[in-house]
Design a protein around this ligand. Sequence first.
Ligand code: RIB
Length: 312
Amino acid sequence: MTPTPAPTPAPTPAPAPPAIVVLGSTNMDLVAYVAKAPAGGETVTGREFRTVPGGKGANQAVAAARAGGEVTMIGAVGNDDFGTRLRSALAHSGIDTDSLRTAEGPSGTAHIVVDDDGGNSIVVIPGANGLVTGLACGDEAVITSAYALLLQLELPLSAVTAGARAARLHGVRTILTPAPAAPMPPELLAATDLLVPNEHEAAALTGRHDPLLAARALLDDVPEVVVTLGAAGSAYISRDAPEPVFVPAVRSRPVVDTTGAGDTFVGALAVALGEGKPMPEAMRWASAAAALSVQRHGASTSMPYRQEIDAL
Ligand code: RIB
């Protein structure tokens, strides 16, 4: 008798895409690639110039969308050519831009120097981002529908705080990247669920240069902290589990441009958490996303798609 073939196992269903809202900045990145960044007062000749859609908010939105989230962006672009390009780059990544305003005046720009080690220095001119001082009509309803609200500090603090408050009111998880590092109002920290600084931001916020001590100090303000440690990985600590969990970085070669690596990490982390992955697993997945992003040029242009993250 011919044995009955075993049934083919049903494929694991893809998790429902978590709804992520980003309230944050959009910048056109004006990037100069040089062997070595100039010192103060020095002039150097660079190798190449590129314009790349960026901004910490938009980068996190693109990272989350490519990682599998259903993403809406709240913020503003200017009514210039950069604004048109920034908006269409977001839409091209599948991001809902209905809540992205077009403001009178220039879009935000970031003036970036990237050296041969992939390191960078950045000057941001806020432009339209600086005009987002609070939530507009309809923004709160958009936030209410999300699993998580992603925030950074490239919009005026009044807007970031209003967003966090609205999210907290409706039980939406708030994930705040305190970059660029700046003192934050207590109302913002009180409405933050998860803070994700890098080691330099953690030190700037607390005055402690040991990232773990800095993370512990931040637990006075927020219930959960993930500190990103560059090539050393990331560490998680919470009020409920004060023993730190370290997750090593995924190795990455070659490193060509680290711009937006932290944003990639946060966007992917939010998606993984929204799909119900436990924190250490979510951090590992986000690390893989960041590792892929540093192997490519630019911020939003370097962000990996879900299949690439899974494969790594
Ligand atoms: O985090 C990287 C981003 O910082 C760049 O895209 C640039 O726009 C600045 O905002």
